[in-house]
Design a protein around this ligand. Structure first.
Ligand SMILES: *[C@@H]1O[C@H](CO)[C@@H](O)[C@H](O)[C@H]1NC(C)=O
Ligand SMILES: *[C@@H]1O[C@H](CO)[C@@H](O)[C@H](O)[C@H]1NC(C)=O
Ligand SMILES: *[C@@H]1O[C@H](CO)[C@@H](O)[C@H](O)[C@H]1NC(C)=O
Ligand SMILES: *[C@@H]1O[C@H](CO)[C@@H](O)[C@H](O)[C@H]1NC(C)=O
Length: 338
């Protein structure tokens, strides 16, 4: 019965630990795959947060940037042998204010996430999208609905809605040496000037466990609490096993350092008794002159309210209280000595 008591206790502790760790994992589970610009690798389970390299227009105040080092242009990729350079933003429209995009309605100019400029004309190679996903082990993001593809341009002008439009596929590569919050897109190629392929190197493509900066898993306090709980549980369980198997103790004595804890408990109990009885005496002294009749009956009859709490029959008030305290203090001294 005693054993089951302590077993019950350690079970409680374990459930507390499990509860804490469940809370920690619940914390992360709200970062589901629907969160914009975040993808979860199905193989490693890591989260990839591309928001770190998603640029937003610098906040302006009186024509000046609030943050001096804020980027005011999107990421660039050189075209090399392709007769244009590319401007790209990740998960968001480009920062640049572009107009007269070939074959794109003016209402969608603000949605263009990647473009190039050729012969003074701006061609969109995709509209904003923020659902990166995994194709095997590759983190991929695609943009669609750009300018019409070259061969289809004439049909598009004759309002055939089935005309193909330029699109972009980006493959992200982890680069741990890259500075934080930067992306280096490289143009890989295009077969028919309709779909464009890029590789994007960034430290944001390296994956992490807790991605939400506002609620990054357990705080330091939580981690400390978990460690403390585990330590206490290990102490109790290991101590019980040792006392039981090696020292052959039974009942409460198999709890580790039982005598120490029992002593401590007694000490605290006695302290309470002392404090309460002193308090009671103070109150009694204060009250007795004013309403002596009531207090005397109470104080001498049953040893007072305090005596009842203390659990020690004090009998006839003041004098006995002092004796009891003296005895207690002597007892405490003895316990303190050993
Ligand atoms: C692309 O950019 C590089 C340098 O940034 C420049 O030398 C080159 O002329 C540009 N190419 C085109 C087609 O604009
Ligand atoms: C285009 O951008 C506007 C805001 O600028 C947004 O409300 C709209 O949903 C975007 N459209 C698409 C297709 O992304
Ligand atoms: C482009 O991305 C969407 C999700 O954003 C996906 O459903 C679609 O299959 C992708 N297309 C290609 C060609 O990868
Ligand atoms: C528009 O596209 C459909 C097929 O998607 C085709 O049958 C039709 O001929 C096209 N119309 C024009 C004007 O090109």
């Amino acid at each position: 019965m005693k054993l089951s008591g302590s077993a019950h206790y350690s079970l409680l502790l374990w459930s507390a630990i499990v509860g804490v760790s469940n809370a920690a994992s619940d914390h992360n589970s709200h970062l589901n795959d629907d969160t914009p610009c975040i993808a979860r690798s199905p193989t490693s389970g890591l989260y990839f947060d591309l928001n770190a390299i998603s640029l937003s227009p610098p906040e302006m105040k009186n024509g000046k940037k609030i943050q001096k080092d804020a980027r005011d242009e999107s990421w660039h990729a050189r075209g090399h042998d392709y007769p244009a350079n590319f401007t790209i933003n990740i998960c968001a429209p480009v920062i640049e204010d572009i107009k007269d995009v070939v074959g794109v309605e003016s209402s969608h100019w603000k949605n263009v996430s990647a473009y190039y400029e050729q012969a003074g004309k701006i061609y969109s190679i995709g509209e904003q999208a923020s659902e990166p996903f995994f194709r095997g082990r590759k983190l991929v993001l695609n943009y669609t609905n750009g300018s019409p593809c070259p061969g289809d341009y004439n049909t598009a002008s004759s309002k055939n809605s089935s005309a193909r439009t330029k699109s972009t596929i980006m493959s992200f590569l982890c680069d741990r040496d890259a500075p934080a919050n930067t992306a280096t897109p490289s143009f890989v190629g295009t077969m028919d000037s309709c779909t464009y392929f890029f590789e994007v190197r960034s430290s944001a493509a390296c994956g992490g466990i807790a991605v939400d900066p506002n609620a990054g898993g357990l705080g330091p306090g939580g981690v400390f609490g978990v460690i403390m709980l585990i330590a206490v549980a290990a102490y109790l369980i290991g101590g019980c096993a040792y006392q039981r198997t090696v020292m052959h103790q039974r009942g409460w004595r198999q709890c580790p350092n039982f005598s120490l804890w029992a002593g401590m408990f007694d000490f605290i109990k006695d302290m309470f008794v002392i404090i309460f009885s002193s308090l009671g005496r103070c109150l009694r002294i204060k009250r007795s002159p004013s309403s002596s009749g009531y207090v005397r009956a109470d104080g001498e009859g049953r040893g007072g309210f305090i005596g009842a709490i203390g659990g020690r029959g004090v009998g006839h008030g003041g004098r006995r209280d002092v004796d009891a305290e003296n005895r207690l203090i002597d007892q405490l001294d003895e316990e303190w000595d050993d």
